[in-house]
Design a protein around this ligand. Sequence first.
Ligand SMILES: *Cc1c(COP(=O)(O)O)cnc(C)c1O
Length: 360
Amino acid sequence: MSRLELIDENIRTISEYVPGRSIEDTAKKYGLDPATIIKLGSNENPLGPSPKAVEAILESAGKVNLYPSADAGELVEALSKYLSLPVSNICAAGPGMDGLLDNLMRLIIQKGDEVILPIPTFSYYEIAARANGASVIYVKRKEDFTIDLDAIGTAVSSRTKVIFLCSPNNPSGNIVHESDIRMLLRSFQGLVFVDEAYIEFGEHSVANLVMEYDNLVVGRTFSKLFGLAGLRLGYAIMPSWLKKEYMKIATPFNVSLPALKAGVAAISDEQHIEKSIAMVREGRKYLQEHIPFKVYDSMANFVLVDVSPLNASDVCEVLLKRGIIVRDCRSFKGAGNSLIRVTVGTQEQNECVVEAFRSV
Ligand SMILES: *Cc1c(COP(=O)(O)O)cnc(C)c1O
């Protein structure tokens, strides 16, 4: 018996998560000064974290000999005010929304269950579901990346536990309409997970529907708008019956003290929030108007560029040589060979990106 057989077949056959490229690796590979690299491949906030969050992290540093609160109560209360939703419907989560997804799958998936993924979409759903024993059913999105309700309906079986809807969708940037989400919530017996990692850059959150449907979970993160990707903090809005069960199995103390304090500070920093959103809304319009390829409409802090008949990897290579990191979407199942995702940067960064695309 090979040692590898200690690991379940369902896990051995998972493809590794492909992260966006890092500044360090890119600098080394292309012989560039790290300080000059423009990183627009991971949808981070180019304005950095809120200064208030940074201050809160520094203040908490001297107290990390103590365990944080087990349920991140202070942050959950702050989120409750921020969202105008009850504490009993909110869970804070580390490490990031990814940690929440893993805990939720561990809670809900039983061997042989299925989950449905409308692709192309964020790839961690698949890893979290399969690592916990689920099989994944892929349903292609339509040409314009909207979800195909009929095809999802056909894919649902008695074993389907979760339907994952990313809204706005990573990597396409379009939202899932509320009427479609309501349709699925009404007709489907399992959970509908709506990933709102980018919701603040557009509108149309469905978080309030948690009060109306007892099978909706809405995932959120501090990694994108709030500029705290390195801290690994997320949260979810879910029905109170589910929060009770979730809290039983969530890893204790999964939100660190610096993350908790930074989260509370970040949602109080209206100035930084408004500035970040305004930059993204202007920037994505600029990118859409000036990149000389097809650029899809986006409600997120990135745009999706179709460089066909060219190849995404060739175009990314041209940009990388100029020190610009963008995301080659070939690693997204169902995305084809010609899509590139570009994070909206500062105006200066956006101008460099446009010039680089023009040089192709
Ligand atoms: C970035 C991202 C996440 C991950 O959030 P973390 O809180 O950093 O784990 C989740 N979903 C989508 C769609 C994302 O793009």
